[in-house]
Design a protein around this ligand. Structure first.
Ligand SMILES: CC(C)(COP(=O)(O)OP(=O)(O)OC[C@H]1O[C@@H](n2cnc3c(N)ncnc32)[C@H](O)[C@@H]1OP(=O)(O)O)[C@@H](O)C(=O)NCCC(=O)NCCS
Length: 213
């Protein structure tokens, strides 16, 4: 299909399930090819990891008919206190049509619904992602404000700039850190004992997470 002929309404943005596992190889190849073009290196994702994300309703896929157009997924860190929307990719044939924005909006909503009290962060050198993060209410922060979960930082080991990160003891790197803190989007902070009281009145468990894996 000619790119100019594609209209945004031709693209479906879906929360993926097992029926989309047939796209995993294409997704991984598209991510790998894009990383080569950007010269950044990537966090390694296995076939099984991406398939599991689909089965757990933690991935979003964009399709144009049965053609792969884009993808992203959500991950939790530090005992689900932090969430990232990760692996955002739009196939080159479908760029500039607002698909990344629609995918990002969907992964962001998924993360907020699933872990409403988690902080959502992003570590990126991509201008498009910074722009979308800002539109969603993320603020630039220092690396100290991000998770200290080692599993997250291991994802940086595939990046060409990992030595910079190591030399700076994870305080700085090429990427910009951005954070959406749900607490900061409330005009006043409600003390935890009041939240517990409200939860009791509403018959909810007094946990900080309403949805659990
Ligand atoms: C980055 C990427 C996901 C954008 O996909 P896309 O579908 O073309 O993006 P959209 O059309 O939804 O654009 C979203 C916003 O980003 C802006 N944008 C898109 N590409 C941009 C670029 N290269 N530089 C700056 N801004 C850009 C758009 O103007 C739009 O902003 P607006 O809503 O204010 O108009 C896509 O180019 C891609 O897959 N690149 C390779 C992988 C990658 O870089 N992933 C991000 C990892 S950090």
């Amino acid at each position: 299909m000619e790119k100019t002929a594609i209209k945004p309404e031709d693209i479906q943005i879906l929360v993926a399930d097992e029926s989309h596992e047939c796209y995993v190889d294409t997704i991984l190849k598209t991510i790998e090819d894009a990383a080569k073009v950007r010269g950044t290196g990537i966090a390694k994702r296995t076939h099984d990891y991406v398939s599991t994300k689909m089965r757990e309703a933690k991935a979003v896929i964009a399709l144009c008919g049965d053609r792969f157009a884009g993808f992203s997924y959500i991950e939790t860190w530090g005992n689900k206190q932090y969430v990232t929307t990760s692996g955002l990719i739009v196939h080159p044939d479908f760029r500039g049509l607002g698909i990344a924005k629609r995918i990002k909006d969907m992964t962001f909503s998924l993360a907020r619904i699933r872990w409403p009290h988690a902080k959502i962060f992003s570590l990126t050198s991509g201008a498009a992602v910074m722009k979308m993060n800002t539109q969603l209410g993320y603020q630039p922060v220092t690396f100290d404000d991000l998770t200290d979960d080692e599993a997250f930082w291991r994802g940086c080991e595939g990046c060409v700039n990992v030595e910079v990160l190591r030399e700076r003891h994870r305080k700085f790197c090429i990427c910009t850190a951005m954070l959406f803190d749900p607490e900061e989007h409330l005009p006043a902070k409600i003390p935890q004992d009041v939240i517990n009281r409200i939860n009791r009145l509403e018959g909810r468990a007094t946990t900080s997470q309403e949805f659990r894996d």
